[in-house]
Design a protein around this ligand. Structure first.
Ligand SMILES: NC(=O)c1ccc[n+]([C@@H]2O[C@H](COP(=O)([O-])OP(=O)(O)OC[C@H]3O[C@@H](n4cnc5c(N)ncnc54)[C@H](O)[C@@H]3O)[C@@H](O)[C@H]2O)c1
Length: 268
């Protein structure tokens, strides 16, 4: 590795806590963070989801440990952070990837649906951040990377609660960044567009929808979890020291705009 790349992007000696590390995106990002040198504290609701990821990181010469916690419980959010700190001595980066969705029109959303989505997508992000801040402040700084969504900025039907939760996460990212700027904690978010995972299977799993996506996304394809690695390494490392309170939308160009119908109307 060249000196400049090492200096800016290496996570050697750093501890990263990844919530929802057993998921399709969390798994890929955890492996990438370990490859960049970090010791990765893998979290998910079920330890069995984590063991193969831990084994794969260790087989590649990396360091990881696995911890289960149900993040719908605020006490469990706090205990997760305390446990990682007790076991590893510091937490340099918190990456919040745990998330849920229930797709329904607004008229059919129940109070239980609403709470289930908000509890994980927003409340756990809030209280994980709150729990990690004193440790990061005491050690002289840290990084928080929240996984928000394109739906924070662009609405789609049947995901109203999810979209509201993610818009709140993008805004919370700014609030945390501002409040903790003097603690040298940089707080940023990524807003992935359509990433091809089980989470989004209902959206792409037939020919018609797949074709619709090819037209809707300017780059002509859904993203892969791999497409998120670069931004997450950037936001987790020294390379982003002067960047805080930002959300990077990684969407294959969706927010860049749309094309006119073909043929283009004469009057533009
Ligand atoms: N897949 C996409 O297209 C996409 C797009 C934008 C944003 N995102 C966001 O990226 C993140 C990861 O998405 P993914 O596609 O990997 O989804 P995923 O369902 O594969 O992963 C989410 C993980 O969160 C964990 N989780 C859910 N409830 C939990 C709880 N109560 N306690 C602890 N862990 C819990 C799940 O066990 C799962 O492993 C989510 O926040 C999601 O909203 C995904």
């Amino acid at each position: 590795m060249s000196n400049i790349i090492e200096k800016l992007f290496s996570l050697q000696g750093k501890v990263v806590l990844v919530s929802g590390a057993g998921g399709a995106i969390g798994r890929v990002l955890s492996k990438a963070l370990a490859e960049a040198g970090a010791t990765v504290a893998l979290h998910d609701i079920d330890i069995d989801r984590l063991k193969p990821i831990q084994a794969s990181i260790e087989a590649d010469g990396g360091k990881a440990l696995s911890i289960a916690a149900d993040l719908s419980d605020v006490t469990a959010c706090r205990q997760l952070v305390d446990t990682v700190h007790d076991k590893l001595g510091h937490i340099d980066v918190l990456l919040t990837s745990a998330g849920v969705n229930r797709r329904k029109p607004i008229t059919e959303v129940s109070a239980d649906d609403f709470d289930a989505i908000i509890d994980i997508n927003l409340r756990s992000v809030y209280f994980l951040g709150q729990a990690v801040q004193p440790y990061m402040a005491k050690q002289g700084g840290g990084k928080i990377v929240n996984i928000s969504s394109l739906s924070a900025k662009h609405s789609f039907n049947t995901i109203s609660v999810y979209a509201a939760s993610k818009a709140a996460v993008s805004q919370l990212t700014k609030s945390m960044a501002r409040e903790w700027v003097d603690d040298n904690i940089q707080v940023n978010a990524i807003e992935p567009g359509f990433i091809k995972t089980e989470f989004t299977r209902p959206l792409w799993d037939d020919e018609y929808r797949s074709k619709w996506f090819q037209n809707f996304i300017p780059q002509g394809r859904l993203g892969n979890p791999d497409d998120l690695i670069g931004a997450v390494l950037f936001l987790s490392s020294a390379a982003s020291t002067y960047l805080t309170g930002q959300a990077i939308t990684i969407d294959g160009g969706v927010l860049s705009g749309s094309t006119w119908v073909n043929p283009e109307p004469e009057n533009g």
